[in-house]
Design a binder for this molecule. Structure first.
Ligand SMILES: NC(=O)c1ccc[n+]([C@@H]2O[C@H](COP(=O)([O-])OP(=O)(O)OC[C@H]3O[C@@H](n4cnc5c(N)ncnc54)[C@H](OP(=O)(O)O)[C@@H]3O)[C@@H](O)[C@H]2O)c1
Length: 420
């Protein structure tokens, strides 16, 4: 399909509501990654007119009203650490693992959802034929995939295609863009803290990247669970946001030289260890003791500090590695003090449902930094890549302006006002 220049694309069709419910157009506008142009998000993600997907058995096609921007589509654009074209057979990749929208057409076998239902969605897919789905966890299924990362047909398009089990009711008090903004990072943080690390009331938690996509929800969840958190950030403005979300305090990582870069001399390693100790002491001072849980997703740069910092018998729970995935650390601090490292990956449908209920009843709020137009999909990913954002970015797709889609009263998203 030919790439469309923005000035030649008819973006008014995004708001066209003449398409009858239950019927799909032949083509649609979508932001697409192709294997021959992997690279910086601004170059890799291009606008195309592409065929509209049809729902298969137990699948649903949703008209996208708004989409959420996530780091996974930065990795998809870069083709790092591996190309997404190794995961799925299609020659195109439409990212976008978060969305709010309207069920437009349902496939054979779908009974719980009908055209017209307003929904958000979680991004875990698995085959119902895998036995792991029926008693262990869908995340353990051989067929498990993250929708719009390991599959295509994501939400940076007029219509997206999902499995029916991915759908959740859209919280009525949220606008389309607020509802599209939280799923992937929030549901991930929920599983990490509640189901993997089994947070308890009174627990002390260190949260890396506390003003980022995962961090803004981890901070709220710790508070909700009756724990105390300290958030690590790279600016005082971000720190203020983290305090507003319920952290005891924040630490500006710029005040410490604790990044593990690799290839250091023994002297440099010694100096870094000293800084990690100083950092750990400051964390303990804020929390009133060493953390029971360290919330990790930075990886290589911070992992040695996380293992050192967490208390004896404490847990480091990790779901990502923004700074590099080959981790090395002094293992003596792990075994002598009987610490645990827990891997965690997204969330299952039940966790997503439980977490969505907390948004629905106002106990947890989306944290929206910017809402951008459909034309800004590449730019918004570049902002993530360049760490120029806070909280979450949403993209208007079928919605024509911010604030549409609310049908009940309730707390709006928290607005992250600073940064950029
Ligand atoms: N497995 C899963 O299911 C899953 C789900 C969601 C996300 N992830 C992964 O988790 C990572 C974070 O996702 P996100 O949405 O929270 O991204 P994000 O919005 O970019 O937030 C990450 C934060 O980490 C901090 N950070 C970045 N580099 C750092 C470094 N070298 N040292 C210390 N802090 C650093 C930055 O905060 P400051 O600059 O303020 O410190 C940044 O805001 C990504 O790699 C993503 O792919 C995995």
């Amino acid at each position: 399909m030919p790439v469309l220049e923005l000035n030649e694309a008819d973006l008014t069709q995004l708001a066209d509501d003449s398409q009858p419910l239950g019927e799909l157009p032949t083509t649609m506008l979508a932001w697409v990654i192709r294997e021959d142009r992997l690279g910086e998000p601004e170059d890799a993600i291009q606008l195309e007119e592409i065929e509209c997907p049809e729902p298969g058995p137990f699948e649903v096609v949703v008209k996208v009203m708004a989409a959420g921007v996530n780091f996974n589509n930065v990795w998809a654009a870069l083709g790092e650490p591996v190309s997404v074209f190794r995961y799925h057979p299609e020659d195109h990749h439409i990212g976008g693992s978060d969305a709010s929208g309207i069920v437009w057409k349902v496939g054979e076998g779908v009974t719980r959802w009908k055209p017209g239902d307003e929904v958000v969605m979680h991004c875990n897919q698995a085959s119902y034929e895998d036995v792991e789905v029926h008693g262990l966890d869908p995340l353990a299924a051989p067929s498990q995939q993250i929708w719009a990362y390991e599959t295509t047909w994501g939400s940076f398009a007029q219509y997206c295609k999902v499995q029916a089990q991915q759908l959740l009711p859209k919280p009525k008090h949220l606008s389309w863009e607020e509802a599209a903004s939280y799923g992937l990072t929030y549901f991930t943080a929920y599983r990490m803290l509640l189901d993997r690390a089994k947070i308890q009331g009174g627990d002390k938690v260190l949260i890396w990247g506390a003003a980022g996509g995962l961090g803004v929800f981890a901070t709220q969840l710790v508070k909700m669970a009756g724990g105390k958190s300290v958030g690590v950030v790279s600016s005082d403005e971000k720190g203020e946001l983290v305090k507003q979300l319920g952290a005891e305090d924040y630490i500006n990582r710029g005040d410490y030289k604790l990044q593990r870069v690799g290839g250091e001399t023994p002297e440099e390693e010694k100096a870094r260890f000293k800084e990690s100790r100083r950092f750990s002491n400051d964390v303990a001072e804020i929390l009133g003791g060493a953390p029971d849980i360290v919330f990790e997703h930075v990886g290589k740069a911070t992992f040695p500090t996380s293992v050192l910092c967490v208390k004896t018998f404490g847990k480091v729970v990790i779901c990502g590695a923004t700074s590099g995935y080959n981790l090395d650390f002094d293992v003596r601090y792990l075994w002598m003090r009987q610490k645990e490292i827990l891997g965690s990956h997204f969330a299952n449908a039940w966790e997503a449902k439980k977490a969505n209920d907390l948004i629905d009843n106002g106990q947890i709020s989306p944290v929206l930094w910017k809402t951008m137009g459909f034309e800004a999909v590449p730019e918004s990913h570049q902002m993530l890549r360049d760490n120029k954002h806070l909280g979450k970015i949403a993209i208007l797709v079928g919605a024509t302006e911010e604030g549409q889609g609310k049908t009940a009263d309730g707390p709006a998203a928290i607005r992250a006002e600073v940064g950029g």
